[in-house]
Design a protein around this ligand. Structure first.
Ligand code: SF4
Ligand code: SF4
Length: 390
């Protein structure tokens, strides 16, 4: 709804400013922010409308988006887009909210962002405002200019695909329009912001892979860019989180799905470059992949039944033997290649064995390279935050 329409409905500018004051207070901001809110809201009224629907979700993707720092959520919501409907963030409820949705749908040409999956067993598993979510999604998709599935649930079903609801992602329901998938559990805000800005500034969809993920965020294999990769090559696999010696070692044997996961996580860390799963000591659970969750569970356990294509005569059993005879862990073709090349077997060591000087140097160099990357990213973010955004 434009500002003019708000005035036409009998809401005075004074009321509107009061509303902005209340919003500033609710956010814990000072009165000096109110004129900025008013002017931003007026500008936002001319910005592309966005409808954000939530199906079967935990609102984690909304939480994640709302925690973005550069640019901040308020900046995105007020300066960049006009968010017309969002069940978690909007102040309106009930009929008023539903009316805002219908009105925006009537106008058409909006960006539809979807969070959460859609049950296929029975529509009654997800009913919002008295209507099955599947129907609302199909209807909202009709006049959408672009559709973005934010988070793994809306992209491929995610965790809910493993539930008795047999849930699926948006592209399995909306089949007559392209869907930009931005998987991640939760969705990463930097990917959503960049996709929105790209679409708004070019009017085009980004270049995508076969799973409809933008190549810019999902074009590289985690394992190839991992800060722990030096230890993988040296055959240092963490088996005990309590052993200080193993703190930086490769997490493959504790369930890492990095060798099968395409993501920008090693390059673009979470929370404005603060850290990310593998850096913090948690194996990558492959949350950006269509296989996630059921295909990768249990997440923190090396996988006995991971399908591994045979490479150079190497099969899962052989890999298991090479890695200590313990098991055939979850490996992709690349790892089998490493085994074939003798890298893993040659360097396999007990975790009690100290690193050689050369290995120490290798590990430090990989770590420093990664830290430098993060500093560059952080510097870039800071510049952008200071008005250097292009
Ligand atoms: S298996 Fe995981 S922790 Fe090890 S190098 Fe690959 S991505 Fe990194
Ligand atoms: S490191 Fe892996 S599990 Fe963690 S957010 Fe990135 S893709 Fe998901």
């Amino acid at each position: 709804m434009s500002i003019e329409k708000i005035w036409a409905k009998g809401v005075t500018r004074r009321d509107f400013i009061k509303l902005c004051s209340a919003a500033a207070a609710a956010l814990g901001l000072s009165e000096t922010m109110v004129p900025k809110f008013v002017s931003a809201a007026e500008k936002a009224a001319k910005k592309p409308p966005v409808i954000w629907l939530e199906g079967q979700d935990c609102a984690g993707c909304t939480e994640s988006f709302a925690s973005n720092l550069n640019p901040g959520t308020a900046e995105i919501l007020l300066d960049t887009i006009s968010l017309r409907y969002h069940e978690t963030l909007m102040a309106g409820t009930g009929d008023v909210a539903e009316h805002a949705l219908e009105q925006t749908m009537e106008e058409g040409n909006y960006i539809l962002v979807v969070e959460g999956s859609i049950p296929t067993v029975d529509d009654r598993f997800c009913v919002i405002g008295g209507k099955p979510f599947r129907e609302t999604l199909l209807k909202t998709a009709e006049k959408a200019a672009a559709i973005i599935a934010f988070g793994t649930c809306s992209a491929y079903g995610g965790i809910n695909a493993a539930a008795p609801t047999k849930s699926v992602g948006v592209q399995s329901i909306v089949k007559d329009k392209p869907v930009i998938n931005l998987p991640g559990c939760p969705g990463k805000p930097s990917r959503l912001v960049a996709t929105l800005l790209y679409y708004l500034s070019t009017g085009n969809l980004p270049q995508m892979d076969k799973y409809n993920r933008p190549l810019a965020f999902y074009g590289k294999l985690h394992h190839d860019n991992c800060p722990r990769r030096g230890h993988f090559e040296a055959g240092h696999f963490l088996t005990d989180w309590n052993d200080p010696k193993q703190v930086d070692w490769c997490l493959l044997l504790v369930g890492c799905k990095g060798p099968k996961t395409y993501t920008d996580c090693p390059q673009v860390w979470w929370n404005d470059g603060a850290s990310y799963c593998v850096n913090a000591g948690s194996p990558c659970s492959g949350c950006t992949q269509p296989e996630y969750y059921a295909g990768f569970a249990p997440l923190y356990v090396k996988q006995e039944n991971f399908m591994m294509p045979g490479v150079a005569g190497i099969n899962a059993d052989t890999v298991g033997k090479v890695l200590g005879g313990a098991t055939a862990v979850g490996l992709g073709a690349h790892l089998a290649g490493s085994v074939a090349a003798g890298r893993l077997s040659k360097n396999k060591r007990s975790h009690n064995e100290p690193l050689t000087l050369k290995e120490e140097k290798e590990a430090v160099s990989v770590k420093n390279k990664s830290a430098n990357n993060q500093r560059e990213i952080a510097k870039d973010h800071t510049l952008k935050g200071k008005g250097g955004r292009d």
